[in-house]
Design a protein around this ligand. Structure first.
Ligand SMILES: Nc1ncnc2c1ncn2[C@@H]1O[C@H](COP(=O)(O)OP(=O)(O)OP(=O)(O)O)[C@@H](O)[C@H]1O
Length: 220
């Protein structure tokens, strides 16, 4: 369970998150929706330690995340797939997938087990493993970014606007992967941001609405 307690963030002097309070439960899919600029990406970046909260607390279980530097937070079991994907072009897809586990110095047997789980969830990645990260379409890159987040995200995965720009057939494959993920990892908390909530269809169990950096309502 992740608890956001009165989290506020300023960027370049502007209030981007304002007193965000909420609970993201294990085993749920939570949508964070809001217009462009509402603060969705900043919320995920703050959880990952890539943006700094000047106020509030973020707890993973009982563990205060603010005590952990950004480079250690993924190792706590939080996978992050940023909107812009960030697939390293000089590495193969397999190397991109393994990267967060290598950074966290996981034993090879654990990495192999995670990889098998990821390939069960996103079987399309199987054929791509030897391919260069530079040779991926935008949609393929989104699949790799999902897989990479799942390699390290044993407790939660943060998916930033995964459906934006996906062709309908790929969006369907992505949604199917999330369905398999929920079956294979029933305790995982899946957080998905989206400015167009209709793209998420019936995926979320809970929807949080951000407007100008503040949560305005919660709907189930
Ligand atoms: N590094 C930064 N410096 C200054 N302002 C920033 C920075 N990053 C984001 N912002 C501002 O913070 C606000 C929230 O941005 P954020 O990217 O979190 O919104 P978002 O809801 O994810 O939007 P989108 O749907 O367009 O991705 C915007 O007004 C944006 O201009």
């Amino acid at each position: 369970m992740l608890t956001l307690d009165n989290v506020s963030v300023r960027l370049a002097g502007a209030s981007v998150l304002r007193g965000v309070t909420g609970t993201l439960l294990a085993g749920t899919a939570v949508a964070v929706v809001g217009h462009n600029g509402a603060g969705k990406t900043t919320l995920l970046r703050t959880i990952m330690g890539l943006a700094r909260a000047h106020e509030g607390r973020i707890l993973l279980g009982n563990d205060d995340l603010m005590r952990w530097p950004a480079h250690r937070r993924a190792g706590l079991g939080i996978g992050y797939a940023p909107e812009e994907r960030v697939i390293f072009p000089t590495m193969t897809v397999l190397e991109n997938l393994r990267l967060p586990c290598e950074v966290d110095r996981l034993p090879d047997t654990d990495i192999q087990a995670r990889l098998e789980m990821v390939l069960d969830v996103v079987p399309q990645l199987g054929d791509m493993l030897p391919r260069s990260g530079a040779a991926l379409s935008g949609g393929q890159g989104k699949m790799v970014a999902l897989g990479r987040a799942l390699m390290i995200g044993t407790r939660m995965v943060l998916l930033d606007e995964p459906f934006q720009g996906l062709a309908p057939v790929l969006a369907l494959q992505y949604a199917e992967a999330l369905g398999r993920l929920r079956q294979i990892c029933p305790e995982l908390c899946i957080v998905i941001t989206e400015s167009n909530a209709s793209l998420l269809q019936d995926i979320p169990d809970q929807t949080l609405v951000l407007a100008r950096g503040a949560l305005v309502e919660g709907a189930h």
